[in-house]
Design a protein around this ligand. Structure first.
Ligand code: SME
Length: 157
C-alpha cells in the first residue's frame, strides 16, 4: 500500500467515525467505536485498542476498549511501548517489537507496533491508542499523521 492510499483511508475513516459519534459524549462508547472502525478499515491492524490512564492508580495504564486477542491488563508508565508513549506523551513507532527493549509481548504474532498518546481538550493524557501488526515495519508516518489527527479530533474537543 502506498502512502497516499493510507492517507486517504485515514481521511475516510475519520469522516465515518465522526458521523457515527455525532452527539455521543460517553468516552467508553467513543473509544470502542474508534477501535472497531479503525480495525475494520485497515488490513495491517492485528490488535488495536486503548490503554487508559487509571485515576485510582497514578502512573498506571489499564486496558480499555480493544479489538483482537487477549491484551495484558495493566502497564506501568515507562514500561514497554505503551508505557513509553504515555510517559513521554509522544507517538512511538516500532518496526520490530522483538528488538525494543522492555517490549511487553501480549501476543507473539505481533511484530511491529504504533502507540499514539490520547489527550483531552486541556492537554491532559487520558489514554494511549496501541496498534499491533503481524507484519514487520507495518506503521509509518501516514499512520502517525492519521491516528494523531483522529485522536485529537475525537478526544481533544
Ligand atoms: N506491546 C505493548 C503491550 C500491549 S499489547 O501489545 C496489546 C507494549 O509493549 O506496550
Amino acid at each position: 500500500m502506498t502512502q497516499p492510499d493510507k492517507a486517504a483511508q485515514y481521511a475516510q475513516a475519520a469522516r465515518d467515525i465522526r458521523a457515527v459519534l455525532d452527539g455521543e459524549p460517553d468516552r467508553t462508547a467513543r473509544m470502542a467505536t474508534v477501535a472497531s472502525m479503525l480495525t475494520q478499515a485497515f488490513e495491517h491492524y492485528f490488535w488495536a485498542g486503548f490503554y487508559v490512564v487509571d485515576p485510582e492508580r497514578p502512573g498506571e495504564l489499564v486496558v480499555g476498549p480493544y479489538q483482537g486477542t487477549l491484551g495484558c491488563l495493566r502497564i506501568t508508565f515507562g514500561r514497554g511501548v505503551c508505557g513509553t508513549a504515555a510517559a513521554e506523551k509522544q507517538t512511538v513507532i516500532v518496526e520490530d517489537v522483538h528488538a525494543f527493549d522492555g517490549h511487553i509481548a501480549c501476543d507473539s504474532r505481533s511484530n511491529s507496533e504504533i502507540v499514539v498518546p490520547v489527550l483531552d481538550g486541556a492537554g491532559e493524557l487520558i489514554a494511549v491508542f496501541d496498534v499491533d501488526s503481524t507484519e514487520f515495519a507495518a506503521f509509518d508516518e501516514a499512520d502517525r499523521a492519521g491516528l494523531e489527527g483522529i485522536m485529537t479530533e475525537i478526544f481533544g474537543g
